[in-house]
Design a binder for this molecule. Sequence first.
Ligand code: GRF
Length: 210
Amino acid sequence: MECITEQTSQNNKSFLILASGKGSNAINLWKHAKLKNYKCLGIFSNRKDSEILSYCKTNNIPHFCIRSSKYSKDEYNRKLKDLLQDLKVDWLVLAGYMKILPHKILKNFFNSKINKYQIINIHPSLLPNYPGLNSYERAFTNGDFESGISIHFVDEGMDTGPILLQEKFLREEQDELADFIEKGKSLEHQMFPKALDIIMNTTKELIDEV
Ligand code: GRF
C-alpha cells in the first residue's frame, strides 16, 4: 500500500488511456477526467475493431490506433513509443490493455522521485492472486468467497507492480459467474477514478510503506 508524505502538484499532467476491448473502464475514466478537468489526451487501442474505438468515434473522443496485428512486436512498440513521445504523455492508464509494455517504453515514464513508472493498470483480482488472464473466472472456479480488484503501478513483470488501491467484494452462495464478474466490474468503475484522482490531483509523493 502507498502513503502520502509530500505535496507536489501534478494537476497539469497529461495522461492517455490504453484499452484493447470493450472499454467500460476507459469510458468511465474519460467521463471522470472531463468532470474533473484533467488533461486526458484521449484513448488508444491496439485493435481497430475494438468496441472502445467505435465508441470514441461515435462520441467524438480523441482516439488513436496502432494495429498490433499488422506489425511485428518490435515495430508495433516502436510506433507506440513514437506516438507517446509525440503526444507528450506524462502518465499511462491501462484499462484492459492486453499487451505488455516493453522496457524501451517503460523507461520513458520513470519518475525517480517516486521510484516508479508513471503507469497504472487495473487488474480484476486481489493481486498477487491470479495475475494474467481470466482472473475473475479462475477465482470463481476456485470457489473463492472473497475476491476483488487491484490498481497498481506497472513494472517489468506481469501484474506485479506496487499496489496503489485494492478493494474486496464478497461472493454470495447463490452467485453465478456473471454475478461475480458484475460485482467486480462495478468495483472497478468505482475505484479506478479514485486512483486517477490520486495520480492527477493530488499533490503527492507516493512512498512504499513496505
Ligand atoms: C477489466 O476487467 C480490467 O480489470 C482488466 O480488463 C478488463 C477490461 O474491461 N484489466 P473493460 O474493457 O474496461 O470493460
